[in-house]
Ligand binder design. Structure first.
Ligand SMILES: [Zn+2]
Length: 246
C-alpha cells in the first residue's frame, strides 16, 4: 500500500496482509549547479515505490528534510537539527506501531553521517521502548556505492557526482540542468569549520561528467534489489532467546 493514498478501511485490511512499513527520509539540499534540491528525496522515494510494488510492504510518505551539516552554508540547503530528526523518526514509528505495524525500515536517501547516525539512534531508542518491533536503518546511497561499484567510473564519487546525476537523469531528466565541474573538496582533519563553503565551493563531490541515464537505471535496480534483500532479512529475523524481550 502507498499509505497516503488509501482509505481507512483499506489501511485496516492492508495491515492484516503485511505489518512492514518503509519510511523514506530525504533532504532539501544543494546538489551542485545542475541537480535539484530534492535529489535525495526523489531517489529514495522512487526506490521505495518500486520496492513496495514488488513486495507488498507498505510505503509511508517521505520526510523531505534531513540533517545537512557540510552543505548548510550553500544556498538552498534547509534542514533539521539532530534532536528534531530523532523525534520525528521516533514519533512516526510509535504511531505506526499503534496502528498495527511491527517491522520498520527507516531508509535514507541522504547519506550524511550525522543524519544516518541520528536515525540509528532513534532506532535503538525504539528497540528499548517497543518489545515487539523489528527495525532496520538503511542508507540506500551506501548500499549503491558498494553494490554498484563496477558501474561507477569516477573515484570517490559521493555528492551530486556520477551516481546521483545518473539517477536523476533516469528518474526525472527534465530536472537536470546541464552539469557542474568535478570537485573533490577537503576539510581540515579535526578542526570544525564555520565557513564550510570556503572548503567546498561548488557543492559537488565527484564527477558528474561520467553520468548517464542508463547507469541511473541500473543503479536504481541495484538499490531496489538490495533493499528488498534487506527487508526479507528483517522480516525473517527471529530474536535469539537471549535477545528476546522478557
Ligand atoms: Zn544527495
Amino acid at each position: 500500500m502507498i499509505l497516503d493514498e488509501v482509505t481507512m478501511p483499506e489501511y485496516e485490511r492492508g495491515v492484516r496482509g503485511s505489518t512492514t512499513v518503509i519510511i523514506p527520509f530525504g533532504s532539501l539540499e544543494e546538489h551542485g549547479e545542475h541537480l535539484p534540491l530534492c535529489t535525495d528525496t526523489l531517489q529514495v522515494v522512487e526506490v521505495c515505490r518500486r520496492v513496495a510494488e514488488r513486495t507488498g510492504v507498505h510505503l509511508a510518505p517521505a520526510v523531505a528534510y534531513g540533517v545537512c551539516r557540510s552543505t548548510r552554508n550553500h544556498p538552498g540547503t534547509v534542514g533539521l537539527g539532530t534532536a528534531t530528526l530523532r523525534a520525528i523518526a521516533v514519533d512516526l514509528v510509535r504511531d505506526f506501531h499503534r496502528h498495527g505495524m511491527r517491522s520498520f525500515v527507516l531508509i535514507s536517501g541522504h547519506a550524511g553521517k550525522t543524519h544516518v547516525l541520528t536515525l540509528v539512534d532513534a532506532g535503538e531508542q525504539l528497540l528499548d521502548e517497543l518489545p515487539d518491533i523489528r527495525i532496520s536503518v538503511i542508507s540506500e546511497y551506501n548500499e549503491i556505492q558498494e553494490a554498484g561499484r563496477a558501474l561507477i567510473e569516477a573515484a570517490d564519487d559521493s555528492h551530486a557526482g556520477e551516481i546521483e546525476t545518473s539517477r536523476v537523469l533516469f528518474l526525472r531528466p527534465e530536472l537536470v540542468k546541464g552539469t557542474s565541474p568535478a570537485e573533490w573538496p577537503s576539510f581540515p582533519e579535526a578542526r570544525l569549520v564555520r565557513d564550510k563553503r570556503r572548503h567546498w565551493r561548488g557543492g559537488v563531490w565527484g564527477d558528474p561528467a561520467h553520468a548517464s541515464a542508463e547507469k541511473g537505471r541500473r543503479l536504481t535496480e541495484i538499490a531496489v534489489d538490495r533493499v528488498i534483500e534487506l527487508i526479507r532479512e528483517l522480516e525473517d529475523y527471529q530474536e535469539s532467546p537471549a535477545d528476546a524481550p522478557r
